[in-house]
Design a protein around this ligand. Structure first.
Ligand SMILES: Nc1ncnc2c1ncn2[C@@H]1O[C@H](COP(=O)(O)OP(=O)(O)OP(=O)(O)O)[C@@H](O)[C@H]1O
Ligand SMILES: [Mg+2]
Length: 242
C-alpha cells in the first residue's frame, strides 16, 4: 500500500458531482501536483482529505490507516496538515499567536508552543512580523502565515492550496523556495496551483482533472504535452511556449 491513497473518491453537492471517482496515490517524500480549470474539484478533494467535508463515496488511506471517517482534528493529529486557498488568519491575533494555535495540536505547554511557533516563523521568513496582527500582513505574508500555521502542527503530509496565487514574481520565487525547503525537511507535499512556473517547477508527478474527473497523470513534461490537458486547461498558446 502507498504512503497516501485516495480510492474512488466522490463528492456530491446536491445534483453537482464535484469530485467524480478520483483515485491517486502519493509516495513518501514526493511532491504531487493537482491541476485543473476553475471549479474542477481540486479544493473539494483537499476538503475531503482532511474531512472539512465528508466524502460522498470512496476511501482514503494514510500510512495504511483508513482516515475518511475520522474527524478533522484526528486527521491533523495523524500528520496531515493543510492551507486554505482563501487565507484564514485569526485576524486580530499576532502572527506568532496564529502559529502557536497550530503548535497547540502537539503540546499544551505554552512555552513549547511558542518556541515551535518562533522556529516555524523563522523558517517561513516571517520572524520579523511575529508581533504584527495578522490582518495587517500583505497577501504574500498571509499566504506564508497559512503555511507556517500548518507546519506548526508538524505534518508529515502537507496539502498546499494555491499558496502562490496573487504573488508577484519575487514573492513567487520565495514561495517556491519555502516549498522546496519543506520537502527537504522530509515532508510529503500535495499541491494545487494555477501558477505554472511553480507546479511544473517543483512537482515530481502531476494529475490533471476536469469536471471532477482525471484527464491525465504523469511527469510535468508529460502533462504539458498532453493533448487533453492543453485543450481543457493550458491552452494552445501555453503549449506553443508563447
Ligand atoms: N460547499 C459547496 N457547496 C456547493 N457546491 C460547492 C461547494 N464547494 C464547492 N462546490 C462546487 O464544486 C465544484 C468544485 O469546486 P472547487 O472549489 O473544488 O474547485 P477548484 O478546482 O478548487 O477551483 P479553483 O481553481 O477555482 O479554486 C464547483 O462547481 C463549486 O462551485
Ligand atoms: Mg480551489
Amino acid at each position: 500500500m502507498s504512503y497516501f491513497e485516495v480510492k474512488n473518491l466522490v463528492k456530491r453537492f446536491g445534483g453537482l458531482v464535484a469530485v467524480n471517482n478520483i483515485s491517486f496515490s502519493v509516495e513518501k517524500g514526493e511532491i504531487f501536483g493537482l491541476i485543473g480549470p476553475n471549479g474542477s474539484g481540486k479544493t473539494t478533494i483537499f476538503n475531503c482529505i482532511n474531512r472539512y467535508y465528508s466524502p460522498t463515496g470512496g476511501k482514503i488511506y494514510f500510512k495504511g490507516k483508513r482516515i475518511d471517517k475520522l474527524p478533522t482534528y484526528e486527521i491533523c493529529r495523524l500528520g496531515i496538515g493543510r492551507t486554505f486557498q482563501v487565507v484564514k488568519p485569526l485576524r486580530r491575533m499576532t502572527a506568532l499567536e496564529n502559529v502557536m494555535s497550530g503548535a497547540f495540536l502537539k503540546t499544551s505547554d505554552v512555552a513549547k508552543a511558542r518556541d515551535r511557533a518562533l522556529e516555524v516563523l523563522d523558517f517561513c521568513g516571517l520572524f520579523r512580523y511575529r508581533h504584527f496582527p495578522a490582518k495587517g500582513l500583505t497577501i504574500a505574508d498571509k499566504k506564508r502565515l497559512e503555511i507556517a500555521r500548518a507546519l506548526a502542527t508538524e505534518p508529515e503530509l502537507l496539502l498546499l492550496d494555491e499558496v502562490a496565487a496573487g504573488l508577484n514574481p519575487r514573492e513567487t520565487e520565495a514561495a517556491m523556495e519555502i516549498i522546496q525547503k519543506i520537502r527537504s525537511s522530509g515532508v510529503t507535499i500535495l499541491i494545487v496551483e494555477h501558477v505554472m512556473k511553480v507546479i511544473m517547477g517543483i512537482s515530481d508527478r502531476i494529475m490533471a482533472i476536469n469536471f471532477g474527473k482525471e484527464i491525465a497523470r504523469g511527469t510535468p513534461q508529460e502533462i504539458v504535452n498532453n493533448e487533453e490537458v492543453i485543450k481543457a486547461y493550458l491552452g494552445e498558446s501555453y503549449a506553443q511556449g508563447k
